[in-house]
Design a protein around this ligand. Structure first.
Ligand code: ADP
Length: 454
C-alpha cells in the first residue's frame, strides 16, 4: 500500500511537471531562453532538454550535455521519439526520468532529469508516509539498498518485509522494520521458550503427582498390611494368657493339686497372666484413644523412685523365670516431677516388656533414673538383639515392627513404642534410642522437671 501510494504521488507530480514543460514547449513564441527558465521541482534536479538531433535546448550550467545525450540514447527505445511518453532509467547510480514531448510544431523534445533523494524525501516520502503510525517502522531504500527515508531510526530494528516501488523508482523498495525486542522472530522465539517452560513445568507437576500418588498408595497398602498384622498379633497375644489362666483355673477347680506350694504358684500364674492381659488391653484401648485424639493426661508432682519400683514389681515373675539380671539405679534426691504416673508407668512397662521380649542369650536389664541435661532421664537398657540403625526412626510409628526375621517368634502388636512416644510428647518430653544390632538397646524417656507454661 505504501509503495502504491508513493508511486501514485510521484506519477502525479511527474504529470504536473511534464505538463508544465509541454505547456512551455507548445508556446508558438518559444524562445530558447524561456526553456532555460523552466521551473524544476525539488525531487528532480539537473533538467536537460534535447532536440531530435541531440542539441541541448536546456542544460544545467557546466554540464556535459553531449555525454548525457549519448547515455540517454543508448537506453531509450527509438520508438519513443515518435510515440512520445516517458521512461524511468537507472544510469550509473542515478534514477533518471526521460520523457519525449512535442513542440507546437510537432518536433520531439527529450526531457531528462535525475531524481534528487533529498527532494524526494522532503516532498514525496515525508508527505506520503510520514503520517503512518504503528509499532513497525516504514522505510524507503534506493537501488543500492541505501536508506533514503525512514519514519524512525532503524539501526535497532529488523527488516521483516520489502515491496518494490515499481516503474517510477526502479529497484527502489519500501521496507518494513520491526523494532528489536518485539521482532516477529523474537516474539516467536519468546513464545516457544514460554511454551517449552510451561510444558516442562507441566511434566514436572505430572511426575511429582505420579510419585506422590505412588507413595500414597504404597503407604496405604503398607498401613493396611500393618493393620491386618496388628489384629492377628493382638488376638494371639490375648489368647496366650487367656489359655494359661483357663488351664490353671481348671486344674485348680478339679482339686487335683494337693501340694500347697504348687497351688500358690498356680494362683500367681493366674494373677500374672491376668495382669499381662490388662496391660495388653490397656495398651490397645489407649492406643485407640490416642488415635482418635481422646487420650487425656493428668499431671501431678510424682516421686520417681516408687513409680519405677512399682512398675518393675509387675515384671518380677517373668524376669526371675527367664533368668534376667536386673539392675536398678535411681539417683538419690530426685525431685518430684510433674507426671501422669499411670501413663509413665505404662510407657516404662512397655519398654521393660520389649527388653524381655527382644533379649537373646544375654539376659540383662538395667533401669536408670537421673537428672541429665536439666531433664529427668528414665532409661531401660538390655543386651538383646538390638535395632538396625536404618530402622531406629521407624520403630516409633504405629503398627511398625522390624522385619520378620528379627521379631520371628516374638509376638507383639507394634503399638507399644508408638504409645511410649505419645506419652513422652504429651509430657513435653521425648524418647530416644541408642542401639547396636547384636549388642543391645537403650531406650530413654526424657521429661522436663517443671511444667512448661501453657
Ligand atoms: P511390638 O509389639 O512389636 O513389640 P513395639 O512398638 O513395642 O511393638 O516395638 C516396635 C518394634 O521395635 C518391635 O517390633 C521390635 O522390632 C523393635 N524393638 C522394640 N524394642 C526393642 C528392643 N528392646 N530391642 C530390639 N528391638 C526392639
Amino acid at each position: 500500500m505504501a509503495a502504491q501510494k508513493i508511486e501514485m504521488m510521484l506519477l502525479r507530480a511527474e504529470d504536473e511537471l511534464l505538463a508544465r514543460i509541454e505547456g512551455a514547449l507548445r508556446r508558438p513564441d518559444l524562445a530558447p531562453s524561456a526553456l532555460e527558465e523552466i521551473p524544476t521541482t525539488p525531487w528532480l534536479r539537473r533538467l536537460y532538454l534535447f532536440d531530435r538531433a541531440g542539441r541541448p535546448l536546456a542544460s544545467p550550467p557546466g554540464s556535459d550535455a553531449a555525454g548525457v545525450f549519448r547515455a540517454l540514447l543508448a537506453e531509450i527505445p527509438s520508438g519513443l521519439w515518435e510515440r512520445g511518453g516517458r521512461r524511468h532509467l537507472v544510469l550509473g547510480d542515478q534514477v533518471v526520468l526521460a520523457a519525449v514531448l512535442k513542440t507546437a510544431r510537432g518536433e520531439p523534445v527529450l526531457v531528462a532529469g535525475a531524481r534528487d533523494a533529498e527532494g524526494l524525501r522532503r516532498e514525496i516520502l515525508e508527505l506520503t508516509l510520514g503520517a503512518a503510525e504503528g509499532a513497525t517502522i516504514l522505510a524507503v531504500l534506493d537501488h543500492q539498498e541505501r536508506l533514503v527515508w525512514s519514519r524512525a531510526p532503524v539501526d535497532r530494528a529488523d527488516r521483516v518485509a520489502t515491496a518494490s516501488l515499481g516503474e517510477v523508482l526502479p529497484s527502489w523498495q519500501v521496507a518494513l522494520y520491526q523494532p528489536r525486542g518485539m521482532s516477529l522472530r523474537e516474539a516467536v522465539r519468546r513464545q516457544v521458550t514460554v511454551f517449552t517452560a510451561a510444558f516442562g513445568l507441566l511434566l514436572v507437576v505430572i511426575a511429582a503427582g505420579i510419585v506422590a500418588t505412588y507413595r500414597l498408595v504404597r503407604r496405604e497398602t503398607e498401613m493396611a498390611r500393618l493393620k491386618a498384622d496388628f489384629v492377628a498379633n493382638v488376638s494371639h497375644d490375648l489368647k496366650t494368657p487367656l489359655s494359661l489362666i483357663r488351664m490353671f483355673g481348671e486344674t485348680l477347680e478339679m482339686g487335683r493339686v494337693t501340694d500347697e506350694a504348687k497351688r500358690q504358684e498356680y494362683y500367681r500364674v493366674i494373677t500374672r497372666e491376668s495382669e499381662r492381659l490388662s496391660r495388653l488391653i490397656d495398651n490397645v484401648l489407649d492406643f485407640s484413644r490416642i488415635d482418635g485424639g481422646r487420650r487425656t493426661y493428668a499431671m501431678a508432682p510424682t516421686a520417681v523412685e516408687p513409680l519405677v519400683r512399682e512398675t518393675l514389681e509387675a515384671f518380677s515373675y517373668p524376669l526371675t523365670r527367664e533368668g534376667f539380671t536386673v539392675e536398678v539405679a535411681v539417683a538419690p534426691n530426685l525431685p518430684e516431677v510433674p507426671l501422669d504416673a499411670d501413663a509413665v508407668s505404662q510407657a516404662l512397662a512397655n519398654l521393660v516388656d520389649n527388653a524381655i521380649k527382644y533379649s537373646g542369650e544375654r539376659k540383662a536389664l538395667r533401669v536408670e533414673a537421673a537428672v541429665r541435661d536439666g531433664q529427668l532421664a528414665l532409661s531401660v537398657a538390655d543386651e538383646g538383639i538390638g535395632v538396625p540403625p536404618e530402622e531406629q526412626g521407624r520403630i516409633f510409628e504405629k503398627f511398625y515392627r522390624v522385619g520378620r526375621s528379627e521379631t520371628q517368634g516374638r509376638r507383639g502388636s507394634g503399638v507399644g513404642l508408638a504409645l511410649v512416644r505419645h506419652i513422652a510428647l504429651a509430657h513435653g518430653g521425648r524418647v530416644t534410642v541408642e542401639s547396636r544390632p547384636g549388642a543391645g538397646s537403650r531406650f530413654t524417656l526424657w521429661f522436663p522437671l517443671r511444667r512448661s507454661a501453657g
